[in-house]
Design a protein around this ligand. Structure first.
Ligand code: UDX
Length: 448
């Protein structure tokens, strides 16, 4: 069976490369010539751990190729994945223009019987819309549209694809179901659970999963804030509630709000579709506002905490104006270069507005961050960012930031102030090093 994947972003490239790695014949298509030229030389357009090796292996095995030629590739394919972006539109809805454009181009190229598989995250009803576009564009084409959402986490996307918790296939067409079963046979044979359902249910599963996970994150962030207010410890709380099998231990780490390319966009799109269906999802609406409130509140907390510490050190000027804040971590989470809806993109402009100079360091996301935040200065290393700073702010939980030599770093700073929104260090340990340390939902430790 010949398969092609339209779109070589995080989802398309991981899908194409991983399927090729397990023996499928895959061609990845992108309209961006420079991306395709790079991929042909094994230069990936994204940072995703392990993906380069998978691409290299699949290309060497002759299972993976890259092209900009959508028309002839689709014409030769039995199955076509649509894995183009569905970014958030100005009105909060998903912008489906790329999906629609891809559907039209695919339709024009169809020949023989083809299964069109929608991998992009799309609101309920979109797969039927794709089917209508295809039929309208090419009434004679023999095709079937299937929903097959992805559940890949950036940073561990290859692992998630290779060992899926479940594979969801939405179709009521027997022939398309047979094609999908063949594509995923490697994974199902190894024990991956298969959920076969309708188009609408499949589309909604993706949104529900993300909304539920976002709810867990927003919930624990609210609990962390409450812990701060009442003097409780969110780490013990999270551990204890997670021991209840009905709750589970994962996704209960407090942080600077959920970000990334999925949760913020998908939760918002879900609330809009639900409102339009006259069936508002109040919990998800609250999660959306809780998360944005949380991020902004943290922005204020930095100024308050730093001001209090600087004042206790006898400084006259305790506002952020002309202070240097070293920021460790710009990506929305560790192991990615993605800064879409990252806490840094909200918090750093708030600090800059108050006159702070920001010097950021991130192992992978400095280029993407600079493109998004033009006023941002970056440093070549953690040491260079921290040296001379009036405070350090930790926003991303990169491994590199988890075992810093504070005894060496703190004396290089203008003031030993550390604000850690990923709770990477025990407050007492930081106190022992002489740091004024603030974290989330854990009793404040001050210099011993
Ligand atoms: C998510 C879903 O997990 C994935 O299944 C879906 O297909 C795409 O969206 P991703 O956006 O890559 O994946 O990141 P994820 O690891 O889920 O984290 C999302 C956000 O929640 C990040 O900002 C992360 O820092 C935050 N988070 C996650 C927490 O703050 N605490 C947690 O305990 C878990």
């Amino acid at each position: 069976m010949k398969i092609c994947v339209v779109g070589t972003g995080y989802v398309g490239l991981v899908t194409g490369a991983c399927l090729a790695d397990v023996g499928c014949q895959i061609v990845c298509i992108d309209q961006d010539q420079s991306k395709i030229d790079g991929l042909k030389k094994n230069v990936l357009p994204i940072y995703e751990p392990g993906l380069e090796e998978v691409v290299e292996r699949a290309v060497s095995a002759g299972n993976l190729a890259f092209t900009t030629d959508l028309h002839s590739t689709v014409a030769e394919s039995d199955a076509v994945f649509i894995a183009v972006g569905t970014p958030q539109g100005d009105d909060g809805r998903s912008d489906l223009s790329y999906v629609e454009a891809a559907s039209r181009q695919i339709a024009e190229a169809l020949s023989g019987s083809t299964t069109i598989i929608v991998k992009s995250t799309v609101p309920v009803g979109t797969c039927r819309r794709v089917a209508r576009i295809v039929h309208h564009t090419n009434p004679d084409a023999e095709s079937s549209v299937v929903s097959n959402p992805e559940f890949l986490r950036e940073g561990v996307a290859v692992e998630d694809f290779m060992e899926p918790d479940r594979i969801v296939i939405g179709t009521q067409d027997d022939r398309a179901r047979t094609v999908m079963n063949a594509i995923y046979s490697h994974f199902v044979d190894k024990g991956a659970p298969l959920v076969q359902t309708t188009l609408e249910t499949s589309e909604l599963i993706k949104y529900s999963a993300n909304a539920f996970l976002a709810t867990k994150v927003a919930f624990i962030n609210e609990m962390a804030n409450l812990c701060d207010s009442v003097g409780a410890n969110v780490e013990d709380l999270s551990k204890a509630i997670g021991m209840d099998e009905r709750i589970g231990p994962s996704f209960l780490k407090p942080g600077p709000g959920y970000g990334g390319s999925c949760f913020p966009k998908d939760t918002l799109a879900l609330t809009i579709q639900a409102q339009e269906s006259d069936c508002p999802v109040r919990i998800v609406e609250s999660v959306v506002s809780s998360n944005s409130f949380h991020i902004r509140r943290l922005g204020k907390r930095i100024a308050e905490f730093c001001g209090d510490v600087w004042s206790s050190l006898g400084w006259n000027e305790t506002s952020l104006d002309q202070k240097t804040i070293a920021v460790l971590g710009l990506a929305f989470k560790a192991d990615t270069d993605d800064i879409r809806s990252a806490a840094s993109t909200v918090i750093l402009p708030l600090l800059q507005k108050q006159g702070a100079r920001i010097v950021g360091y991130d192992p992978a996301a400095m280029d993407t961050a600079k493109a998004e935040m033009p006023g941002l200065e970056t440093a070549e290393s953690i040491e260079a960012a921290v040296s001379g700073a009036d405070a350090v702010l930790i926003l991303t939980e990169w491994n590199q930031f988890k075992s810093l030599d504070w005894a060496r770093l703190l004396p290089t700073m203008n003031a030993p102030v550390v604000v850690d929104f990923r709770n990477l260090y025990p407050p007492n340990e930081m106190s022992t090093h002489g740091a004024h340390y603030a974290s989330l939902g854990r009793p404040l430790a001050d210099v011993a």
